[in-house]
Design a protein. Structure first.
Length: 336
């Protein structure tokens, strides 16, 4: 397939090969209708609603884009944001996040209904927000198909950040960097201005993230940054952070409270310690945390608004609190 294939021609060709029944004219008409529907929806939401600037911001690495210290995560154990039957609760959280000044929204094609929910709320704010999604696909064609689906669900014609989701094996690396691998899709999507930036995420082994960012100039990386992770023998903190900082990559912290595991007996006292620790790590641009309800979201925003950089002694004191609970709290490392 020609490297210069456009988004529209790619959809026509790939569906024709997969279906083997429909004619090219029908496929082109269908694809034009899809794009027209997206554009019509976007045009119908042209009214701009200002988002208050109430959360401190940092520059997201070499992107040059300033983002709030806190972004809204799209998936979690109890959050309604990725649950198929909780649209009302999810939309309340998304709308409240905007009212509170959150401009960074993190989602993924695999996060249940999250892209759909965001697509129902965010279009009027599109020019003010930073919208990031992810793909589990590793090959060029699979990534293009998923990108098209994500754009439709999110009701947008471009992404601020498109990320390779959960890189966790040598096979992933091999496929991504193969002749028809994911890097090709990223390069094409960037050239067509469908995505602005590209990133890589992972919470399994830092070695795979390191290899990926050494082989390609990704703009961002989304990795676990928390007070338990530092005790892991193969921690992302000393493993990935220095390299990302050297490359001036935007680093987004995830697993900040480790799904609440950090707040067990003799652990951290609450989200203030957890978020302050993550945001105080050198090179971290921001963090993304899901919310189970509006009240929890408001608590997270209040912590982000009042954030103060921790000194080395304060960081060490927090790390002592997780010294005996790190194994239980870094369970996410087993997700390959």
């Amino acid at each position: 397939m020609n490297n210069k294939t456009t988004r529209r021609n790619f959809i026509i060709t790939s569906v024709a090969v997969a279906g083997g029944v429909m004619g090219a004219n029908t496929l082109q008409t269908n694809n034009q209708n899809i794009n027209q529907n997206i554009n019509q929806n976007i045009k119908s939401n042209k009214t701009t609603i200002n988002i208050p600037e109430t959360i401190p911001e940092r520059t997201l690495g070499n992107t040059g884009i300033k983002v709030p210290l806190l972004g809204l995560g799209g998936a979690g154990t109890y959050t309604p944001l990725d649950k198929n039957n909780q649209e009302k609760a999810a939309i309340l959280i998304i709308e409240r996040a905007l009212e509170l000044g959150i401009k960074y929204f993190d989602t993924a094609a695999s996060y249940g209904s999250n892209e759909d929910y965001l697509g129902k709320v965010l279009p009027p704010y599109r020019q003010q927000i930073f919208l990031a999604t992810k793909t589990y696909n590793r090959d060029r064609d699979g990534m293009w198909r998923e990108l098209e689906n994500s754009l439709k669900r999110l009701n947008t014609d471009y992404l601020d950040l498109w990320q390779l989701h959960s890189i966790s094996s040598s096979a992933h690396i091999e496929t991504i960097f193969s002749k028809n691998g994911g890097i090709q899709a990223i390069e094409e999507a960037k050239a067509q201005k469908i995505i602005k930036f590209a990133g890589v995420t992972g919470h399994h082994e830092p070695s795979f993230i390191i290899e990926a960012i050494q082989r390609y100039p990704f703009d961002t990386t989304l990795i676990p940054i928390n007070a338990a992770e530092i005790h892991h023998p193969r921690s992302f903190l000393p493993g990935v952070l220095p390299i990302a900082k050297q490359k001036n990559m935007g680093v987004i912290a995830m697993k900040v409270p480790a799904y609440g595991k950090l707040f067990q007996t003799n652990g951290l006292t609450g989200i203030e310690q957890a978020m302050s620790y993550s945001l105080s790590q050198a090179g971290v641009s921001c963090c993304v945390i899901p919310a189970d309800n509006v009240q929890q979201l408001e608590e997270n925003v209040n912590v982000a608004r009042s954030f103060q950089q921790l000194n080395n002694q304060q960081i060490a004191e927090i790390e002592k609190l997780t010294a005996n609970i790190w194994q239980d709290s870094t369970f996410y490392r087993n997700w390959g």
